[in-house]
Design a protein around this ligand. Structure first.
Ligand SMILES: [Zn+2]
Length: 246
């Protein structure tokens, strides 16, 4: 799949990165990234993935925009209040880059549809706000051996890791039990902005094949004192989800 003249110009600056080039750009063009959740993490992640030329971007979310979302969910604007988030996000993304395919799926992610939603994905981006769905994503990604990039946020803090089944721990190895969760937790809008963009960077690295992804490592970000800390997280050899991949 060759790049068009306009694609060569649009992606010129990133293709100048050593090891990226036209070949890396073609990999992005052929890729399919499923962004699960179109909130504070999913919005910044998906606009950067679109800008970078991910050829097939699938946006999944069940909700419609509310006024209290607008401090952080930057693809939903005042004119979009009450509209499905996947549609307002798709519109903005298509205005930025009409050379990619964007699919909007308004649905709740559950046991019944997770396999179909994940089907054929090059990478999945976990931009959810609850561990019930995250563990579903983890299970199906381990089963189908699909890499996924996880992030979570609270207040000024965030965490992220990259799961490549068979190459490091899965999300269950890292979190044997669901961490405590609140329905309406505090969030500084910039926090998911930082984490969502870092997730997009991980996805791009995985597809192009550059750099060192956060496999077996968890990154903690604290916006209050502006620190990034990375800790190693081992695989659990008795993990009920990924044990069979050893
Ligand atoms: Zn595991």
């Amino acid at each position: 799949m060759d790049l068009s003249v306009s694609e060569k110009e649009r992606y010129d600056r990133q293709m100048r990165i050593s090891g990226w080039g036209e070949e890396g750009q073609r990999k992005l063009k052929q890729s399919k990234v499923v962004v699960m959740g179109m909130g504070g993490l999913g919005c910044p992640a998906s606009i950067y993935l679109a800008a970078a030329g991910v050829g097939n971007l699938i946006l999944v979310d069940k909700e419609s925009s509310e006024l209290s979302n607008l401090n952080r969910q930057i693809l939903h604007w005042q004119k979009d209040l009450g509209r499905p988030k996947v549609l307002s996000a798709k519109e903005k993304i298509e205005e930025l880059n009409s050379e990619i395919n964007v699919e909007a799926i308004k649905t709740e992610i559950n046991e019944k549809n997770i396999e179909e939603l994940a089907s054929g994905a090059t990478v999945i981006l976990d931009a959810m706000d609850n561990f019930k769905v995250r563990f579903l994503i983890n299970r199906v990604c381990v089963e189908k051996v699909i890499p996924f990039v996880h992030a979570g946020i609270y207040g000024f803090q965030g965490q992220m890791t990259t799961i490549v089944p068979g190459k490091g721990p899965c999300l269950r190895c890292i979190f044997p039990q669901s961490p405590p969760e609140a329905e309406r937790f505090p969030v500084a809008g910039v926090t998911p902005g930082v984490l969502g963009v870092l997730q997009a960077m991980e996805v791009i690295k995985l597809i192009v094949g550059l750099g060192e992804p956060l496999i077996g490592k968890i990154l903690f970000f604290d916006g209050e004192d502006m620190t990034f800390i990375t800790c190693e997280v081992p695989r659990n050899p008795d993990c009920t989800i990924c044990k069979k991949l050893v």
